[in-house]
Ligand binder design. Structure first.
Ligand SMILES: [Zn+2]
Length: 263
């Protein structure tokens, strides 16, 4: 049996359903899916009734093993192609619903760790030809894997495989000049996390506490700067909040003070 050392055991009872196969071709690709759901503990229970399965589920910042990698999961089957036979399938819990179907930065970091571990162990190149979305497999007409940021995951997996540890105080943020406490003004409207974040809204980013706090508009920030002699506003050119979160912020714990603009 082969299971990633990064995984915790899941509920294996669904396997009595027999919704998987035993004939394996050499494994040369990893396929990423989304749950199309934000709940926890939903997968793999649904596979008892659905003729489907995957090797891993990532939810709530955890990697859960669902099926021996040596067995064939039914995750990207298509008429005329042996898609399942040579691939490993990883499911991801969403952080938002239809239509954005995002996956939280925390779960994406776990995904990158798992992809790096599997690819390194099996000699699979960490690139976009070998790490793909469900909808990129032959003859698969599906929106899966939604808004999961696969390019970020692949880039991050490359970093991890080359020995870069998981980031807590983001190195990239420091490189770009962000201080422990910085202020970010959004250059475009952003929808996600169940909210609409207005264009030009200003956020206080605390890299140590892993929080984003809503400050208000640029005028509110100017007042704050005047009061505290703060001068470290970082106008975020050409980026939306999601980019900020994904690029710099691998462990968002909290957005606070959001009620002040929540509609
Ligand atoms: Zn899928």
């Amino acid at each position: 049996m082969t299971v990633s050392k990064l995984a915790t055991d899941g509920d294996w009872s669904w396997q009595s359903s027999g919704h998987f196969g035993g004939h394996r071709s050499p494994i040369d690709m990893i396929v990423l899916h989304h749950n199309a759901g934000t709940g926890s503990g939903v997968v793999p229970n649904c596979w008892i009734n659905r003729q489907a399965s995957a090797h891993y589920q990532i939810e709530d910042g955890k990697i859960i093993s669902c099926l021996d990698e040596e067995l064939v999961a039914w995750h990207c089957g298509a008429a005329g192609y042996d898609n399942n036979g040579h691939t490993i399938g990883i499911e991801h819990q969403n952080s938002t619903g239809d239509p954005s179907w995002l996956v939280s930065p925390e779960n994406q970091e776990k995904s990158a760790q798992l992809v790096a571990e599997i690819a390194t162990r099996r000699g699979i190149p960490i690139d976009r030809n070998h790490i793909v979305r469900h909808r990129e497999m032959p003859n698969c007409a599906t929106v899966c894997s939604g808004g999961l940021n696969i390019d970020w995951i692949v880039n991050r997996a490359k970093e991890i495989a080359s020995g870069k540890p998981a980031q807590t105080m983001p190195e990239q943020a420091k490189k770009k000049g962000l201080k422990k406490m910085s202020y970010i003004q959004l250059t475009s409207k952003f929808q996600g996390f169940g909210l609409t974040f207005p264009k030009d809204s200003v956020w206080e980013y605390n890299a140590e506490a892993h929080t984003f706090r809503y400050i208000g508009n640029p005028a509110a920030l100017a007042a704050l700067q005047k009061a505290n002699e703060q001068d470290d506003l970082i106008p975020w050119t050409g980026a939306d909040l999601l980019t900020v979160v994904q690029e710099f912020y691998l462990g968002v714990d909290k957005f606070s003070n959001i009620d002040s603009f929540k509609k």
